[in-house]
Design a protein around this ligand. Sequence first.
Ligand SMILES: Nc1ncnc2c1ncn2[C@@H]1O[C@H](COP(=O)(O)OP(=O)(O)OP(=O)(O)O)[C@@H](O)[C@H]1O
Ligand SMILES: [Mg+2]
Length: 281
Amino acid sequence: MTRDGQRARGRSRRRDTDDSPGAGSAGRGHGEAAGPVLRAVGLARVYGEDESAVWAVDGVDLDVPTGQTLAVTGPSGCGKSTLLQLLGGLDRPTEGEVWLGGRRVDDLGERALARLRRRAVGFVFQAYHLMDELTAAENVELPALLAGVSPRTARRRAAELLGHVGLADRARHLPSELSGGQRQRVAIARALVNKPLVVLADEPTGNLDSAATHDILRLFDELRAAGQTLVMVTHDERVAATADRIVSLRDGALADDTPLNTSLDTESGSTRLGTLLSWED
Ligand SMILES: Nc1ncnc2c1ncn2[C@@H]1O[C@H](COP(=O)(O)OP(=O)(O)OP(=O)(O)O)[C@@H](O)[C@H]1O
Ligand SMILES: [Mg+2]
C-alpha cells in the first residue's frame, strides 16, 4: 500500500509535466497517418480504493505499428487482460490515454465508444464468447448487422469468412455442435467481419489442444500476411514465439519488449484473406 502510494505520487508528478505524444492535442483527434495504429500513453487502471487498491495496469506506454503481431506475456495477475480491455475500449483507464487509428478514444462517450468497439476492434477470447442460440453464421453476421451493414452483405461476409476459416460446412451449426477449435475459428471470423483496425485476442488458444492451436496459429499467420494488426495475450511460449514482438508485463508495468521477426513481409491484399479484409461494401 505504501509502495502504491509512492508510485501514485510519482505518477502524478510525471503527469503534471507530461509532454508525451498526444498530450498536446488531447481531444482533438487529429489524423496521424504514419503513426502507430494503436498507442497507449501512461496507461493505468486501478481496481478498488485506499488499502485495497490494485494497480492492475501501472504506467504502460506502448506503440503498436500497423500490421504488427504483438504477443503480451507475463505471470498470472500481471495485468494482461486488463491491458487488453483498456486497449479495446472494454474498460476505461484510471490514468493515461488510448489512441486508435490516430484518434484518442479513452475519453469518448459511451455510445461513441461502443460504436468504435464494434467497427474498429475485433475481440477473440479464451472461452470464445459465442452466442449459444445463434448458428455459426449468425454469430459472425451479428457484429456486421450491429454496425449497420445490410443483412445481405452481412450474410455474404459471414459465408466468405467462415469458408476462409474452413467452416463452410458448419455455418448452420450451433456452437454446442462445434469443437473448441471450430468455435474459436468462428470467433475469429466474427472478429474480422467489420474489417477491424486491430484484433485483440486474450489467450485465444488457452482452451485448445495442440492440433487446434496449430489451426489458429495458421490463421493468425494469414492475418499477418494480410496486414492485419494483432495483439494477443498468451501464456504459451510456442504461441508467443510466432509473433513479431513480445512484450512482458510484471505487476502491471512493461518489463520487457523484444522484437522477433522484424521482416514484416506483408503482401497486403495479395492473400485471399487480404482480399476479404479489404472488401468495399
Ligand atoms: N474486476 C476486478 N476487480 C478487482 N481486481 C481485479 C479485477 N480484475 C482484475 N483484478 C486484479 O487486477 C490484476 C490483473 O488482473 P488481470 O486479469 O489483468 O491479470 P492477467 O495477467 O490477465 O492474469 P491471468 O494470466 O491469470 O489471466 C490482478 O491482481 C487481479 O486480481
Ligand atoms: Mg487474463
